[in-house]
Every structure is written in C-alpha cells, then in structure tokens.
Design a protein around this ligand. Sequence first.
Ligand code: IMP
Length: 402
Amino acid sequence: MKQLFPVSFKNFSFPNSRGLFLPGIAVIGAQFGDEGKGKLTDFLAEKADYVVRFQGGNNAGHTLVVDGRQLKLHLLPSGVIYKKKLMIGAGVALDPRVLEEELELLDGDGVDLVIDPRTHIILPWHNVLDEVMESAHGEKHIGTTKRGIGPCYADRALRTGIRFEDLVEETRLKEKINALYPVKKSIIENAYSGKFTHSPESIFSEYARLGKKFAHYLGDVSFKAGEALDQKKTVLFEGAQGAFLDLDFGTYPYVTSSHPLSGGIAIGVGISVNRVERVIGVCKAYTTRVGEGPFPTELTDGLGSRLRDMGAEFGTTTGRPRRVGWLDLPMLRLSQRLNGFTELAVTKLDVLNGMGKLKVAVSYTCFGKEVKFFPYSDHSVQHAKPKYVELNGFEFNTEQIK
Ligand code: IMP
C-alpha cells in the first residue's frame, strides 16, 4: 500500500504510480469519521471532473476557506468551490432546506449539480423524530447529529419515503405529505409524548417551493456517473462519516444509517462494483469518535484532554467535543478488509508532536484470546482490551517533511 503524506500531497498524481489512468476514485473514512477526509477531498476535487456524494446527508461537515472566508458545508459535494460537476446520488438523505442555505452561502448561481430522482428527502418530522427518539433512549441514546438522518432512511426502508422525484412534482408531493402527516404526528405525540407543531399545509408550501426551485437539478445520476466513467472522466466519490459508523459493519447500534464503506458507492450511486479502481482510506494518526458507542483505545484522562485540545477535536456539524484515543491497528485491519484501500492517507500526525511516548494498539485480548481484528459483535467489542506497543514520540517540525 502506498503511503500518502499528510502535509504535502506533492507525490500524488491521477495517473497512478503504475502509469494507469484510473477514472473512479474514492475517499473513504477508515475510522469513526472526522479523519480529515475534507482536506484530501478538496485537493483531489480540484483535479477531478465530477464529485459525487453517495451516502449520508447534512450530518457530515466540511470546512472550506474561500477567498479568506470560512465556509462550513454539510451537504454539497466538495468540488463546489472549484465549479466542478457535482452529483448527489440515490444513497444520500437530502434536506432541501439545507441545500437552499448552502447554495445561498455560495451565491448558488452556476452550480452544476445533478440530483438523482431516487434520493430521499428529509422532512420536518424526521428532525423531530430524531430528537424524541434520542430522548426516549435515555442513557442508551446514540448521540446522533439530530439532522433527521436515521428517521429518513427508516422511511426509505419502510417504503414510505418521499424522494426527490416527488419533491419536484406538486400533486404527488401533496398526496404523500397528506398521507404521511397524521401518522408521523401521531407517532411523535402519542408514542413519544413529543410535540409536532407544523401543519401539513405549511410543510407542503415550503417543500413545493423548494421542489420548484430545484427541479432543474433532477437527473439520472446512475446513468450520468456511468457515462462519465465510460468517457474516462475522473469521478471522485466523496465518502462521509467512516467505516465504523456503517449501518451493518460499524459498532451497531451506535452507527449512522447509511453505508460509508467503499461498497456503499455502487448502491448509493447506481454503478457496478468494479467501477471504482482507486480507494483512498483516510485515518488520523490517532482515533476520535463523536457520539456514543464503544471505543477501545479511548483516553479519558488528562492526556486525552491534551490531545483533544492540540488536535482541535470539536465536531464541524454539532460543535461537540470529540472523544479521543490512541491509533487502533485492529480497527484499521478490519477497515482495510471492508474497504479494499489501495492507498492510505494518514492525517494529523503533527498533532502528536511533543506528546511524549505514544501508544498504538496492535491487537486485543478478548475473552482470554488474542485477536488481531476489531471484533465483529458489539458484545465482544465491549470486552476487548487493547494490547499496546509503546513508541518513542517525536518533537520536531513536521511541516517540512516530504
Ligand atoms: P446520525 O448520522 O446523525 O444518525 O448519527 C449517528 C452517529 O453517527 C452518531 O454517533 C454521530 O455522532 C455519528 N456521526 C454522524 N455523522 C458524523 C460525521 O460526519 N462525523 C463523525 N460522526 C458522525
């Protein structure tokens, strides 16, 4: 596996080291999300023809600096500042209110965007359900971003979702809102003792307006992405979150409701699995996690607080302090198995500068046995004790390293 250096991407080129031009390239989080994918995605987006999101929604966060102005984007693909062709695939949970805000922030004109008709839409009841369901979980809450992501994907699985094709078609939109409204209101108010103050008319009028405004973005992303790859265009698939937040292979139930793994690209875009030739995993030189769930190498002491401060580990979307811990190789081994990384980019190595002795988990002891991979069941993860090697730290300016 080739190593990408975090500070300088100088050695990186699109025709890869074997001289082959590989159009399908993905950036995937190898840990619990927030690995610093944005930095690499930005670098690659500038050179790509298309940037495609295939999962997640505005639970993700990405800070950009445009003309000295800091912009926080959550939904739009990264290439937006380079005026690239952008696509939002069927696997995304799309909040059109957030799309409007982000386009306004960027003075939206001239954004070249295609949204798949199959993309599911986040409605106000999804946000409220996310809130009330988290409260009902009490101590066992997941620590979601409260953006309505889980409830939106749940409707997709139940086959009661509203898709982008419905948003842009008033009659269908009205029918679907009217049919779903009493059910959602009743679940929020009767099952969860919450309050749902929106009326069906107000939801319809806001969403119909957004549908009209965004109708020109409608297009078959599955077809267009496939066509771009056939034409040997460079298509960058931008992952959000990370491997261990995957709905099935992450630390269930403390996961998101989509598939951030490289395998999620095929289904989230509608292309075949062999179209992505280059899968770049991104991991931090240590580990972080936002929200609840197991974290075997977590540091809950003063060293952890120091690492959090040095790495500015606070969430882009919710501002929550991230939990921090040592680098976990059993996690990365499993991540590699699940994602098939062709390269690994290690970020934030400089944060460890001056930390003193560094620890790296190389295996776990689990029910008396040594295991090399992150355990597959939640129960085993709870009982896994990391086995560390201790390394000498370093104290020098990493910025000049090539
Ligand atoms: P949800 O995606 O809002 O449902 O949140 C489910 C879990 O995924 C929570 O633990 C969140 O903190 C976590 N999560 C969601 N998006 C991100 C992200 O972009 N980075 C890191 N964690 C995330």
